[in-house]
Design a protein around this ligand. Structure first.
Ligand SMILES: *Cc1c(COP(=O)(O)O)cnc(C)c1O
Length: 242
């Protein structure tokens, strides 16, 4: 294979972008009366070559998110992952669970009992417990995975009874919105559900993490209580799909 030579200008812009997004996240947190340290910035690395990801890590990224199992496993040996947390954020097929369990610190995209059971089964076989988030399709879009809000509590209670998995919170990708107020509406719906479930103190259901907000709307998400914002293109530039 030919050696990949990273573009210096792009490396520089990854560095600048990461720092700029990081400070905007901190400012948004302060503005919302929150502590800047309460919101984590995830660098979303799908389609991005390892050299650029490593530059983001060098300038402070300590949480990365990948969408595809295959892509992540193919890149991970080139990444400087010491002290970096890895999350799977893309749709996960049941038949890929064996490959990813134990390779990431969290699976954010759990959207069915069947998938949770398989993660639990594989994790127990390996003597580990996998941290997961349940993905909510807050805008009820056919094109997106995630469960509807109406199904959330039932699914949480079912997953809570499975060994080998530990629910840590919720994840969502809202619809593309025309206006700021529209996206706030979705984020507020999530914030409320997150708080309600937390208040109910359901057994084996932790509500520690609310993962929402991407390049176009992370500041709104921070205002609405997100504590992981998942930012890709605002750090690495527009994605090229091959
Ligand atoms: C790609 C992706 C992101 C980041 O999207 P950007 O708009 O590039 O910031 C966040 N979350 C998930 C689940 C994604 O697939």
């Amino acid at each position: 294979m030919e050696k990949f030579i990273p573009d210096e200008a792009r490396l520089k812009s990854v560095e600048e972008n990461y720092k700029a997004v990081k400070s905007r996240v901190e400012e948004a947190a302060l503005k919302a009366g929150r502590k800047p340290g309460d919101v984590r910035l995830m660098a979303v690395t799908k389609t991005v070559e390892s050299a650029y990801i490593n530059r983001a890590i060098e300038v402070g990224a300590d949480l990365i998110g990948e969408n595809r199992v295959q892509e992540y496993l193919g890149k991970k040996d080139e990444l400087k992952l010491d002290g970096v947390e890895k999350h799977l954020i893309g749709h996960l097929q049941t038949n890929k669970v064996k490959q990813i369990v134990g390779q990431v610190d969290m699976i954010e995209s759990v959207d069915s009992l069947k998938l949770a059971k398989e993660i639990g089964r594989v994790s127990e076989n390996r003597g580990i417990v996998s941290d997961i988030l349940v993905e909510v399709n807050v805008g009820k879009e056919d094109s997106k995975s995630g469960i509807y809000m109406e199904e959330l509590e039932e699914l949480l209670c079912q997953i809570a009874g499975i060994g080998g998995v530990r629910i840590q919170g919720l994840m969502t990708i809202p619809p593309i919105c025309e206006s700021e107020s529209e996206v706030f509406g979705y984020f507020e719906t999530m914030q409320k559900a997150f708080a309600d479930i937390k208040d109910r103190k359901l057994e084996n259901v932790n509500m520690n993490i609310l993962s929402m907000g991407m390049s176009g709307d992370y500041e709104a998400a921070v205002t609405c209580g997100s504590n992981i914002v998942r930012v890709g293109s605002a750090i690495f530039g527009a994605r090229k799909y091959f």
